[in-house]
Write a protein that binds this ligand. Structure first.
Ligand code: CAA
Length: 257
């Protein structure tokens, strides 16, 4: 598949998607988001890829939804645009998603990073939900995912003031996993992606699914869900191989089956 606003690089068993509208600081227009969702969907069913990185450039991961594209829209038009369905599609990706963030991750850019499972930040990264400054509020998960990660008070501060936080603050607040020198950000993220990609893919998929469930359902239902996924893995060849390899004191050979 050919893309215009993103660049896909496969370094099997990982894939890197670079957002590529540098002149607009990678503002997320509808075309780019449609391409991103289609690319993720394609990679999700590509058995050669076990982990996916989303990144931007040194100046911006993404400076938010494209303001120029939204400025003249009315409520009905916004509701009828399928811009939200692409976010819903991305939410269903089963493979691990890792954001490598340098520069601005604002508005929809911060929301896109938060939709990923892990975030590695370069020292230059800036995270924020500045929508309040342009007369709106976060619309792609900012008011829901941010409080779950940083807590109510800090989410309120970020969303109500629109002020951005730097990479160190994001680390302290639990928004990112690690801060690294900006020029190392992609390489560090690739190392992490390769480590995750070296694990049995079905166990990774079900573990991701189980952790995400923790945000949607009660502890009782979550524990039930976890138990079913755990037991389900006992019908995979990789479970037999992993446990046998441990007992035989050798490295396991995963089949993804
Ligand atoms: N949408 C459209 N274009 C954008 C953009 C955005 N979100 N962010 C930056 N750009 C464009 C600018 O218009 C400019 O284009 P021109 O050269 O054609 O004028 C170009 O990118 C470079 O931007 P700046 O000149 O502004 O660069 P800067 O370094 O001076 O400032 C910035 C950088 C502080 C990030 C500033 O660009 C900015 O504040 N951007 C908007 C951030 C924002 O409000 N994001 C939230 C959008 S709404 C949203 O995301 C809703 C949601 O929840 C889904």
């Amino acid at each position: 598949m050919e893309f215009e606003n993103i660049v896909l690089t496969k370094e099997v068993p990982i894939a890197i998607i670079q957002l590529n509208r540098p002149d607009a600081l990678n503002a997320l227009n509808h075309h780019m988001m449609t391409e991103l969702a289609a690319c993720l969907d394609q990679l999700d069913s590509d058995r050669s890829v076990n982990a996916i990185i989303i990144t931007g450039n040194e100046k911006a991961f993404a400076a938010g939804a494209d303001i120029k594209e939204m400025e003249s829209a009315g409520t009905v038009e916004m509701l009828e645009r399928d811009s939200f369905s692409v976010w819903d599609k991305m939410k269903r990706i089963g493979k691990p998603l890792i954001a490598a963030v340098n520069g601005f991750a604002l508005g929809g850019g911060c929301e896109l990073a938060m939709m990923c499972d892990i975030i590695i930040a370069g020292e230059t990264a800036k995270f924020g939900q500045p929508e309040i400054n342009i007369g709106v509020m976060p619309g792609a998960g900012g008011t829901q995912r941010l409080p779950r990660v940083v807590g109510k008070q800090k989410a309120m501060e970020m969303v109500l003031t629109g002020a951005a936080i730097n990479a160190e603050e994001a680390l302290q607040w639990g928004l990112v996993n690690k801060v690294v020198p900006a020029e190392m950000c992609l390489e560090e993220t690739k190392s992490l992606a390769r480590l995750i990609a070296s694990k049995p893919p079905l166990a990774v998929k079900l573990a991701k699914e189980s952790i995400l469930k923790a945000f949607d359902i009660s502890l009782k239902d979550g524990l039930e869900f976890e138990r079913k996924n755990f037991c389900m893995l006992f019908s995979t060849e990789d479970q037999k191989e992993g446990m046998r390899a441990f007992i035989e004191k050798r490295k396991p050979q995963w089949k993804g089956k």
